[in-house]
Design a protein around this ligand. Sequence first.
Ligand code: NAP
Length: 245
Amino acid sequence: MKSLAGKVAVITGAGSGMGRAAVEIFAREGARIIAVDISDAVLDTAKNVDGEIFAMQADVSKEADVEAMIGKAQSEFGQLDAVLNVAGIAVPGMLMDVPLEDYERLMAVNLRGVFLGTKHAVRAMRASGRGGAIINWSSLGGINASMGTSIYSATKAGVISITKSAAIEAGKQGIRANCLCPGFIYTAMSAGGEKMPGILEKAALGRGGQPEEVAEVAAFLASDRASYVSGTVIPVDGGWSAKLA
Ligand code: NAP
């Protein structure tokens, strides 16, 4: 029995990395999917992944785009069961050097984008009366700081906060909201990062993660098997966050 059979999911960041991996795994588990990305790479995802996938280009930092992508689940597939707010950007910079434009870009995509995705998911799920699952992508950087990622970390800490608020405010309507905190995952965003001395050994498992290893956790959270899981912050980091040093 496929764990997401009969469910409809909206997945952002679906053109690359963990968003694309989530499309593959949700489709494998029987979900119908609205795959969203700012990049036309999302068309390639829909073409090459087997399943009922509707591809859509949208900018998660724009409210009209986010409303349209959430509405698409209803108009295309007649229901909405899960929203995965995966899309994000990383712009490095030491706190004392961060230009205001970089701050604004990070906040717009990583925090406003997740806020809008969560807001419209809650609205649609409340209106349907069916409940649903929201899964937001934070980062280990949302829990702890690291050199040169100050504003990125601030946005990811905000994602944790937004997720907990959604869980609290919408729980009685059967809406569950949870947050994933990936460690080092091999994607376009982290490309080349594995060359940083010691970075892979930070994980207790002594290696980086594959996008699918994070997407599998999201598939569990979206399924009915996670029916009593809400408001959580789950590191998917090979044990990195368990280490003192
Ligand atoms: P990725 O491979 O770069 O994929 C991110 C996707 O989001 C890209 O297709 C990107 O399009 C898209 N995107 C960017 N801005 C957007 C916008 N405004 N609206 C819609 N889509 C937009 O990154 P990833 O590594 O899979 O990251 C997924 C999430 O995990 C992010 O939130 C990231 O912060 C988080 N994360 C990543 C790691 C890691 O090690 N990789 C660790 C912790 C957390 P473009 O390519 O055109 O920009």
